[in-house]
Ligand binder design. Structure first.
Ligand code: HBI
Ligand code: FE
Length: 277
């Protein structure tokens, strides 16, 4: 018998009209906001999976297209699951998504990952073959990191990429992290606010960086491509890296080091640069 994987039935028929209406409201709001802010690959994923067919998506329907594209599938879980369970799902190309949806009173903030954060935020990019490979590699790396006692560092990698990552595209810096793309206020803040640092991605630098879970990020890391992300994780020998990280030194969430590359972002900043020629 398999150990408990926390998977439950989505029970799609059990959602109320109000719950479907909350999905539709959140969907429309974020879709409009992200039109010029999200990575085009994420926007394509939303279209491909037809996540706006009206109401909360039915996993059985999404999975037909998703599996055909990258072999990933979405499974329902009650909420946060233990780390090893989470890693084990990713390592086997299953994305565990919260079954419940926030209420209207919690529209802008909630602690646990609900179906809107997980499905709108995370699932579109699972249609991208390289990003899907990265997620599987991350799950496998998570199982190893636990053995090295370096989960903290690997969690920082997830946080600054899968949850709060930015990516350079021919159209400018764009959002791909689900923690940003599923949040109205952070979708604007991450690209346009002058206060946070936007730094060039570097694997070891990111893994040493602390992060805030209770406010907008003070630093975003910018990748050039999902291939850069995937290669950084598969081409790195994590055993010596974890040896170095074991000295315990880390960086505050708002630090900028002399070696950091600073990236220009902002929908307005970009417009000004373009106007200047
Ligand atoms: N469970 N459902 C769920 N979603 C997550 O993103 C998640 C989790 N459990 C653990 C976890 N994330 C963290 O371990 C990693 O992101 C590091
Ligand atoms: Fe998430």
């Amino acid at each position: 018998m398999r150990e408990d994987d926390f998977v439950i039935d989505q029970n799609w028929k059990g959602y109320t009209a109000e719950e479907h209406a909350v999905w539709d409201l959140l969907y429309r709001r974020q879709r409009d906001l992200l039109k010029d802010r999200a990575d085009p690959a994420m926007l394509r994923g939303l279209e491909t999976l037809n996540l706006n067919r009206g109401g909360i998506p039915n996993f059985a329907e999404i999975n037909i297209e998703l599996k055909a594209r990258t072999g990933f599938e979405v499974v329902a879980v009650p909420g946060l699951v233990p780390d090893e369970v989470f890693f084990n799902h990713l390592a086997n190309r299953r994305f565990p998504a919260g079954q419940f949806i926030r209420t209207r009173a919690q529209l802008d903030y909630l602690q646990e990952p609900d179906i809107f954060h997980d499905v709108f935020g995370h699932v579109p990019l699972l249609t991208d073959p390289v990003f899907a490979d990265y997620m599987e590699a991350y799950g496998k790396g998570g199982l190893r990191a636990t053995k090295f006692g370096r989960l903290k560092n690997l969690a920082a990698l997830y946080w600054y990429t899968v949850e709060f990552g930015l990516i350079e595209t021919p159209q400018g810096v764009r959002i791909y992290g689900a923690g940003i793309s599923s949040s109205k206020d952070e979708s604007m803040f991450a690209l346009d606010d002058p206060s946070p640092n936007r730094l060039r991605f570097d694997l070891e630098r990111v893994m040493r960086t602390r992060y805030r879970i209770d406010d907008f990020q003070q630093t975003y890391f910018v990748i050039r491509s999902y291939d850069e992300l995937f290669r950084a994780t598969v081409d790195t020998d994590f055993a010596p890296l974890y040896g170095r990280l074991a000295d315990g030194s880390d960086y505050a969430a708002d630090t900028v080091l002399p070696a950091d590359g600073v990236v220009q972002a902002g929908t307005q900043a970009y417009a000004r640069t373009k106007a200047a020629g």
